[in-house]
Structure formats: C-alpha cells, structure tokens
Design a protein around this ligand. Structure first.
Ligand SMILES: Nc1ncnc2c1ncn2[C@@H]1O[C@H](COP(=O)(O)OP(=O)(O)O)[C@@H](O)[C@H]1O
Ligand SMILES: [Mg+2]
Length: 234
C-alpha cells in the first residue's frame, strides 16, 4: 500500500530530515513510527500526504507513483488518505457536525447524503450525542475523535495520524489507539507516529523506529494476505 525507495528529504539550510528511507507498508497493516522529537516522523507523513516532496527517491501509494504528482491531482489523492493531527485542527466556531461535513460540502455532495455519511462516521467514533456541540465544549479525547471522524469522511484507504495522543492523558490515549485499531480492523491501513515508546510496547503492532532521519531495525511487513481477513475489502 505504501512503498518508499531510498527517500531523502532535505529542507533548506541543509537540514537532512530523512535519509535513505526504504520501506513497505502492506495493505491492511497498522504501523507505529516511533522516534524522539526531530527524528523525521512528521516529515515522513507529510511526504505521504504530498504536503512535502522528497528531495530524491520514489514514493508509491496504492501502486501510484506520487513522487512527482502534478498539483491538480493532489486533492484527489488526499481523498484516499485521511490525516489526523496532534492538535486536532478543528474549527471552533463550527459544530461537530459541520467540522466533519466540511470536506463533503466543498465538493458539492447533496445535503441528504452528507447527513447520512456524517452520522455514520460520528457513530463510528462514538460521538453521535455531540453532533451539535462546538469543539470548545469537548474534552481533548473527544476533539481527537472528531478529527478522526473527519479523516474518515471519504472512506480512506490509508489513515495517517501524527502524534494523535500527544496532548492526551494515558487512559484517553489508549482509547484513541483502540479506536484507530478498530478502524484498521475494517480494512483501512493505519500509520501512527508517536514519541512515546512505552505506549507502543502495549500493542502488538509493527513498530518502525526513526532516529535522526534514518530507519532503525527495519523488518518487512508480514504477509497480510494470509493473516488479515479484511485484506480484500478495499
Ligand atoms: N519546514 C521545515 N523547514 C526546515 N526544517 C524542518 C522543517 N520541518 C522540519 N524540519 C527539520 O527536520 C527535522 C525532522 O523534523 P520532523 O519531521 O518535524 O520530526 P519529528 O516529527 O519526528 O519531530 C528536524 O530537524 C526539524 O527541525
Ligand atoms: Mg512531529
């Protein structure tokens, strides 16, 4: 589902954010990227979301080479990729419903279909009762659930979550990872970054370590076609 071949990313002033990254993430996998601050975690997700371009190397998503994807195609690619941020990035002046509906409104989906779809993703994240609230009246964990609901609105193939538990207490963090794990069980490939190594050890997921822009201890993904009953879903 995700392939990176010898990817380098250098920001201006010769900051080497990623160095010679070669990795595969299989369809249906749940993968954690760990690493301390500055290791390159956010940069890696930004490359997959086409928010940054690699300096060299190749990136394929769902067998499409996105390395030099033309700008007009990026919004279409992003409909297949959900993105969840550490700081939620919600509109505080909009309701939960409108925050989640926004991405459908801008592409002109009919009101009736928007209602159905938003209702569905809010129930998936357990927030049906908060539809008409604004983010200001929600807890951190609930805000992150809204952000996750929003990221699911286009039925993404891949969900990228950048330190989604970075601002949350330990027990709420577990709820969020469990929610992401449930989403993964329905067939979405999930990639989560975290600097919290202890949290990761509680989960039986593949972990890819990053340090100063390099991958540590890389192992190939398991053969998912054999172990996941959902591999065929999307
Ligand atoms: N827009 C940018 N311009 C210049 N340097 C950047 C930029 N974004 C990140 N960096 C640098 O790239 C390195 C990796 O950063 P980042 O991907 O944000 O790491 P992490 O998310 O693991 O903390 C750091 O040295 C950081 O300072
Ligand atoms: Mg980061």
């Amino acid at each position: 589902m995700i392939r990176m071949y010898h990817v380098n990313k250098t920001y201006e002033k010769n900051v080497l954010a990623l160095q010679d990254i070669t990795l595969n993430i299989a369809r249906g996998e749940f993968v954690f990227f760990t690493g301390s601050s500055g290791a390159g975690k956010t940069t890696l997700l930004k490359l997959l979301f086409c928010e940054e371009r690699p300096t060299s190397g190749q990136i394929l998503i769902n067998n499409i080479n996105i390395t030099n994807i033309e700008k007009p195609r990026i919004p279409y690619l992003r409909r297949r990729i959900g993105f969840v941020f550490q700081d939620y990035k919600l509109f505080n002046n909009k309701t939960v419903f409108d925050n989640v509906a926004f991405a459908l409104e801008v592409i002109g989906v009919k009101r009736k279909n928007i209602k159905t779809k938003v209702g569905h993703v809010l129930s998936m994240v357990g927030l049906s009762s908060k539809t008409d609230f604004t983010p200001l009246s929600l807890s951190g964990g609930e805000k992150q659930r809204v952000a996750i609901a929003r990221s699911l609105i286009h039925d993404p193939l891949i969900l990228l979550a950048d330190e989604p538990t970075g601002n949350l207490d330990a027990d709420i963090s577990m709820d969020i990872i469990n929610l992401l794990s449930n989403i993964n069980a329905y067939g979405t490939t999930v990639v989560v970054t975290t600097h919290n190594k202890e949290m990761v050890t509680m989960y039986q997921k593949r972990v890819i370590g990053l340090e100063q822009g390099k991958v540590l201890n890389y192992k190939s993904p398991p053969d998912f076609t054999r172990i996941s009953p959902f591999f065929n879903k999307k």
